[in-house]
Design a protein. Structure first.
Length: 246
């Protein structure tokens, strides 16, 4: 499992105002650990490509790819981003150095804000095909979630639940955007010496709260669907919760 030392890969992924920090021998650190579940049932990459999950709307689904972008974890004190790739089991644990003891509000952003979602800026994201086509305004994905589901005709078909900045392309010459990234506040955490903080990620929530998702109606071509992007953003706000702090 790959771990990210604060502003280790975060810095390599280049936010220009980040600065290098030396990793000393056994420094105090915070380990931020993202665990994934489907309504409480643990989920790892070993569960991929199996029709073993059921959405709130009743569709049986499999997961083939699941990766998403987290930015500006407030505990680091710097702008940063991490690509969490559940399929490759990377980015799921982030080590943050030199956090002083105290009580913190743990916050981070899902995706990139409009100010930071600059087309072509982040070389790592470019290299792993996480960018958004120019015809949709450029910038970067917030999530790529792909799989299969059993449709109303009892056939297996694909879905591409991709989240980006919402774009209204009614007039292709005058694209209109809405920032559909969002801040996640997991509440207060007590930091005292080396601390592990679990962030629980319930994948089932993408399909149910507050918008009950019908894959038979909304399964592909969602990136250019302005209303669908706003709905997905609303659903994502209940995906993340605070787990164990120890």
């Amino acid at each position: 499992m790959k771990k990210y030392c604060i502003l280790l890969i975060v810095i390599l992924m280049t936010f220009n105002n980040c600065k290098e920090i030396d990793c000393c021998v056994n420094p105090p650190f915070i380990n931020l650990k993202f665990t994934h579940n489907w309504d409480g049932v643990p989920l790892t990459n070993l569960d991929f490509n199996k029709l073993k999950f059921t959405t709130e709307n009743g569709e049986k689904v499999s997961i083939e790819r699941l990766r998403y972008l987290i930015s500006n974890i407030n505990l680091t004190g710097f702008k940063n981003y991490i690509l969490v790739n559940v399929g490759e089991n990377s980015g799921t644990e982030i080590s943050i150095l030199d956090v002083k003891d105290g009580i913190y509000d743990l916050t981070f952003r899902f995706g990139l804000s409009n100010e930071e979602n600059i087309d072509g800026k982040y070389q790592f994201l470019n290299s792993v095909n996480f960018d958004v086509p120019t015809m949709l305004g450029g910038g970067y994905h917030f999530m790529q979630f792909d799989g299969k589901y059993i449709n109303d005709n009892n056939q297996k078909t694909g879905f591409n639940y991709h989240t980006i900045r919402a774009v209204d392309k009614t007039d292709p010459a005058d694209l209109k955007f809405e920032d559909t990234s969002f801040e996640i506040n997991l509440g207060k955490v007590l930091i005292k010496g080396n601390t592990e903080i679990e962030v629980k990620v319930n994948i089932a929530e993408w399909f149910k709260n507050p918008n009950l998702w019908n894959l038979n109606e909304l399964d592909t071509n969602l990136m250019g669907n302005f209303e669908a992007q706003k709905m997905m953003s609303a659903n994502g706000k209940s995906v993340f919760s605070l787990g164990e702090v120890q």
